[in-house]
Design a protein around this ligand. Structure first.
Ligand code: FE
Length: 220
């Protein structure tokens, strides 16, 4: 039985119409969502950063789900900084909260992030730009990463995005993708992009750009 990576390698080798149509199936397969291997549990360490008090939450309005795509790797390391040891690109800090349908914080929820590096490549052999974390006692998370960039893989062109799976002890698992608001042109060309998944850019500084996103998860 070929593994997923062998299949991907095979697809990569055979770039063409066949590859493109298979890629289309993979990207459109809404039901193709692998479960998280680490259950929600105790809250993670205090995030400690200041979050604006206004929640991006409207009671009962769930965060939009999206396909996980072909590049998810399970069993990621638990960490908030998913950058490679030697990384290029622009540092991006994404912070926010995981909330239930009543906009209450969900402590101990698991968030598993994955994305490309600053050249548009996924690490499909290791865990660079992959990692999971648990929300703190206030339902807060903080991701340290670099700005993802647009890429083309398996015949599909993608606007910059961060993939994520999220689950609390009493919520369903959400699989979705987050987008950058200052990539309007790329976003408008992407057939998966959804406006409700735009992060809010906050004031950054010379060392990092900052963004905010709050997740609202369905009850289990
Ligand atoms: Fe992707």
């Amino acid at each position: 039985m070929p593994g997923r990576r062998d299949v991907l390698k095979g697809l990569g080798a055979g770039v063409g119409l066949a590859g493109a149509s298979i890629a289309g199936l993979i990207y459109r397969a809404d039901g193709m969502t692998q479960a998280l291997r680490y259950g929600p549990g105790e809250p993670g360490p205090d995030v400690g950063s200041a979050l604006e008090p206004t929640l991006q939450c409207e009671a009962g309005r769930l965060t939009t789900a999206q396909t996980e795509g072909p590049f998810y790797t399970p069993k990621t390391p638990e960490r908030r900084d998913i950058r490679a040891a030697l990384h290029g690109g622009v540092t991006l800090v994404v912070a926010g909260r995981v909330l239930d349908t009543q906009c209450r914080p969900v402590p101990g929820a698991v968030l598993d992030f994955w994305q490309t590096d600053h050249t548009g490549r996924y690490d499909n052999h290791g865990y660079c730009y992959r990692g999971h974390q648990r929300t703190d006692a206030d339902g807060r998370f903080e991701l340290l990463t670099v700005r993802p960039v647009k890429y083309q893989a398996l015949g599909v062109w993608r606007t910059p995005h961060i993939h994520v799976k999220a689950q609390g002890a009493s919520t369903r698992m959400l699989t979705t993708q987050l987008y950058l608001p200052d990539e309007q042109e790329s976003n408008s060309r992407d057939f998966i992009f959804h406006e409700s998944l735009l992060m809010t850019m906050l004031e950054g500084d010379a060392s990092a750009q900052r963004a905010r996103f709050d997740f609202v998860l369905a009850d289990a």
